[in-house]
Write a protein that binds this ligand. Structure first.
Ligand SMILES: NC(=O)c1ccc[n+]([C@@H]2O[C@H](COP(=O)([O-])OP(=O)(O)OC[C@H]3O[C@@H](n4cnc5c(N)ncnc54)[C@H](O)[C@@H]3O)[C@@H](O)[C@H]2O)c1
Length: 500
């Protein structure tokens, strides 16, 4: 007979925190959000910690090199998506590791045969008026010219005019070689009255840009997540098929940690990958595994050697695994159950394995709840997809700006053809949808606001660290009507503006 778990599984929205005693020392400014990323022995320190408990999801629509840089600046980490060629993924990792403050990877690039109409669309999408003209329209193509708003007059030029006919051609540009320091770059900008200085390599390929207007914004963020050589840290998603080629290539590119990316981690495929890493690299290479939703799955991955375990099936905003396959678990219950198994494992072995809660975060307070329930850090997809730094298009829909957001289980992501299930193509089905999310601006501002709420709640609970919150939080289930009671009710709202 099947095993029945009679207790229903719950989501974060069905829980609240009760306040604990907070002393006058307990103020948001003093809250420390540092949290372990990889396993460690009792009494020892983890080899890698995050400075904020946030990672960005292993998704095409979320985590590329630009996102990774923006998030590492704030103290978190991106896991760059693996649903792309090994070469492309390695290039993204390498570009994060090569990042130098003040040197920006160009996100507005175009080919010289494109038209003014294409240029206007690009400007609307990226919000930037300086556009690099490269041989292949990418950020690292051969630099052929530059277009700024000074180069064309909308009222005078036809929309069909080609970029090559009005751009500032390479021969007339002032550029610098990639060895230039930020100070030297800024001197060139001032001496030549430039707004932007392209940085190129020996083959005229664009490496980055330095902007005059960034001059005052190069101050170091003390929270930033850096390695021993002061380079930003970055993770990489991998699969259970081409790992023997992908892992060495990504290590060479500089990846700091891997995560096996799958909806289902309680599988022999994951054990094989973890064994491959331990056999070839010992404990030097760090690797997380998942996803699981119960203690059995956790223990399996812990014993197979995972450095962290990721929790969650079917809770992502774009995920339809539960309705397609009928597997999954309410995210709060999944976290609570896996944390129970983790704590028991820690008690037995002295090995603490961090838990990552992946999916199901809708409101900022859900982050605090997930941490209070014992997760050490969160993986967020929809949350980060809304920001300027996500890799997707910004689109105006009925006067509102939206960003595209699609699941890794959707046909759109699967077009990368990494999943050959050995079945008839007609038998394959989607586990994710293709959608839009409301555009929300800069990552930095949003993360600061979300974490200010987390810090504030932690103070209400009398906790200055995540581990104190995990030990001391008092959590209650809420009834359906108390959820209504907790929102604005029985009043007519004066304005429908989105609440910050
Ligand atoms: N967290 C979630 O709730 C969720 C749900 C659905 C999809 N996703 C995402 O969608 C993507 C696809 O997930 P998935 O679970 O379909 O991918 P997967 O590659 O883990 O599994 C796909 C299928 O391939 C099989 N397989 C795996 N390795 C194999 C190998 N070496 N040889 C032969 N067969 C092998 C698996 O058993 C499974 O049937 C991932 O990015 C995942 O994170 C996530």
């Amino acid at each position: 007979m099947a095993t029945y778990i009679t207790e229903p599984s719950y989501t974060f929205g069905e829980y609240l925190l009760l306040p604990g005693y907070s002393s006058k020392e307990c103020i948001p400014k003093r809250v420390d959000l540092q949290t372990p990323l990889v396993k460690f022995m009792r009494g020892e320190k983890p080899a890698i910690s995050l400075n904020i408990p946030m990672t960005s999801a292993i998704m095409q629509a979320v985590s590329d090199d630009r996102m990774a840089i923006a998030l590492a600046k704030e103290g978190g980490m991106s896991f760059i998506y693996g649903s792309q060629s090994i070469e492309n993924q390695a290039q993204m990792i390498a570009s994060v590791k090569a990042y130098r403050a003040g040197f920006v990877i160009s996100d507005s690039n175009i080919i010289q045969d494109a038209t003014i109409e294409d240029l206007l669309k690009l400007k609307e999408r990226t919000g930037h008026s300086t556009v690099a003209v490269t041989s292949d329209g990418t950020a690292n193509g051969r630099l052929l010219g530059l277009v700024t708003s000074k180069d064309y007059r909308m009222s005078r030029l036809p929309l069909t005019m080609q970029i090559k006919d009005f751009m500032t051609k390479f021969e007339n540009l002032i550029c610098a070689q990639q060895e230039v320091t930020l100070k030297e770059a800024n001197d060139i900008i001032w001496e030549n009255k430039l707004n932007c200085l392209p940085i190129i390599d020996n083959n005229q390929r664009l490496i980055s840009m330095v902007f005059r207007k960034d001059y005052n914004f190069h101050k170091k963020n003390e929270n930033e997540l850096i390695d021993r050589s002061k380079r930003f840290m970055v993770g990489a998603g991998i699969n259970t098929r081409d790992y023997a080629e992908r892992i060495p290539a990504l290590i060479k590119a500089g990846a700091d940690i891997f995560c096996i990316d799958s909806s289902e981690g309680y599988s022999e495929w994951q054990k094989i990958v973890l064994e491959y890493v331990r056999k070839n690299y010992g404990d030097k290479v760090k690797i997380g595994a998942g996803n699981v939703v119960d203690g059995d799955g956790f223990r399996f991955l812990a014993q197979a050697g995972a450095d962290f375990v990721k929790v969650g099936i079917g809770g992502g905003a774009i995920c339809i695994t539960r309705e397609q396959k009928g597997i999954g678990r309410g995210q709060a219950t999944a976290v609570i159950e896996v944390v129970k198994a983790r704590d028991a494992y820690f008690y037995e072995t002295g090995i603490y394995i961090p838990i990552c809660s992946d999916g199901g975060i809708v409101h900022d307070y859900h982050m605090t709840l997930a941490l209070a329930m014992g997760a050490d850090f969160l993986m967020l997809g929809r949350y980060f997809a809304r920001f300027d730094e996500s890799p997707t298009n910004k689109i105006n829909i009925n006067g509102n700006y939206m960003k595209e957001y699609w699941g890794e289980g959707s046909a759109r992501a699967k077009n990368w053809q990494r999943y050959d299930l050995g079945e008839d193509e007609k038998m394959s089905f989607e586990e994710g949808v293709d959608s839009f999310v409301p555009y929300a601006g800069k990552l930095k501002d949003n993360v600061a606001l979300s974490l200010s709420k987390v810090r504030s709640t932690m103070c209400n609970c009398g906790c200055l660290t995540i581990s104190a919150l995990q030990k001391n939080a008092k959590i209650t289930r809420v009834s359906a009507t108390s959820i209504i009671e907790g929102s604005a009710h029985d009043v007519l709202l004066r304005e429908s503006r989105n609440r910050r």
